[in-house]
Design a protein around this ligand. Structure first.
Ligand code: ATP
Ligand code: FE2
Length: 331
């Protein structure tokens, strides 16, 4: 089975094509980068509408496939920015109708999780999903992915982006802050906000910007933010491993590109006698291949939707959707 997936929830328009075993046959992406400030939803949606048809052609070309060889079309149904979601869904509906193929809606968060899980080779790992809008420790249980702990305010990536932009940088902030942090050495105390299994970042944002305004060097602040924020994530992940009596963890989402976060979680998991895994960076950030792969799983479980009933769900949380492909076979 070969599935084409369309991602358009926020900044990235992407088309991926995957095969039976999650092998990525074709992937073509383009990120909308605002000239200044954060994402403007309407502008991002226009970017996606303009680029998606060409990205479909490029992905097919890279995969050496013709449309008739595609078995199903998957799209990111939510969560995300309404105008961006509608742009991707419209292109997916059009392809499903012209190619006469089933249409499969996919939750974007579950897609980050499923691509990381299949590449890890681990059947039932604990997952740390750290991205722009989300920061969740997740485990599968009774038909869906359960959120064991999460951010109480903004997602860690949005926090890093906002901070970097306020310190004079441009979007996306996470990778730039990672480079800047390598130049810093001094560890400056910042609010460390862990509440049971949850975390919060707004106190650290305010404190860091206050210190920056007082003239504290940006590299030292970047270093301290990374150490503090990623320690918080590592702590709740370690606690979840203990509660769930697990030792191995899989990372997903754009912030899982970060080498320091990868290293801290790896050291923690190895300390528990387990392992950690993170996908290649191109599959941590938003991409169409994760939508295609989760679409393949959902299609296998019969989750198709008529074009007339397909809709986007801007607020569709990880734990609001079922993952029927994970249920044990009936009988
Ligand atoms: P969500 O999945 O919650 O909807 P999203 O789809 O907007 O969020 P992703 O593409 O999954 O976002 O992740 C993008 C985020 O990852 C951005 O906030 C970006 O700054 C961050 N990011 C990317 N690379 C790195 C890195 N090397 N270090 C830290 N953060 C990074
Ligand atoms: Fe994402």
């Amino acid at each position: 089975m070969i599935v084409l997936g369309i991602e358009s929830t926020a900044h990235t328009a992407s088309v991926g094509i995957v095969g039976e075993n999650a092998e990525v046959l074709g992937l073509a992406s383009d990120m909308y980068r605002p000239a200044a400030g954060g994402i403007h939803p309407r502008e991002a949606a226009n970017h996606h509408v303009e680029l998606l048809p060409g990205l479909v052609a490029r992905a097919l070309e890279a995969a050496h496939l013709r449309p008739r060889e595609i078995d199903a079309v998957a799209f990111a149904q939510g969560p995300g920015l309404g105008p961006c979601l509608r742009a991707g869904a419209t292109v997916a509906r059009m392809l499903a109708l012209t190619w006469e193929r089933p249409l499969v809606p996919v939750n974007h968060c579950v897609a980050h999780i499923e691509i990381a899980r299949v590449l890890s080779g681990l059947d039932d790992p604990l997952l740390l999903y750290a991205s722009g809008g989300n920061t969740q420790v997740v485990a599968y249980g009774a038909g869906r992915y359960r959120v064991l702990g999460e951010t109480l305010d903004v997602g860690i990536g949005n926090f890093l982006d906002k901070l970097w932009i306020a310190m004079g940088g441009t979007f996306p902030g996470g990778p730039a802050l990672e480079a800047e942090a390598k130049l810093g050495h001094e560890l400056i105390p910042l609010p460390y906000s862990v509440h049971g299994m949850d975390v919060a970042f707004s106190g650290m944002l305010t404190a860091t910007l206050g210190l920056y305004a007082q003239g504290v060097p940006r590299p030292d602040l970047a270093h301290s933010v990374e150490v503090t924020a990623y320690s918080m994530l590592t702590e709740i992940t370690e606690r979840a491993l203990a509660h769930r009596r697990r030792t191995s963890v899989v990372l997903g989402g754009g912030v899982a590109c970060n080498e320091r976060l990868r290293g801290m979680v790896r050291a923690m998991a190895e300390g528990q006698g387990g392992t950690s895994f993170a996908p290649p960076k191109s599959l941590c950030v938003d991409n169409g291949a994760m939508i295609a792969w989760t679409g393949a799983l959902a299609f296998g479980a019969g989750r198709v939707v008529p074009v007339s009933a397909s809709r986007v769900e801007p607020r569709q949380r990880t734990d609001l959707v079922e993952a029927p492909w994970r249920l044990p076979p009936a009988g």
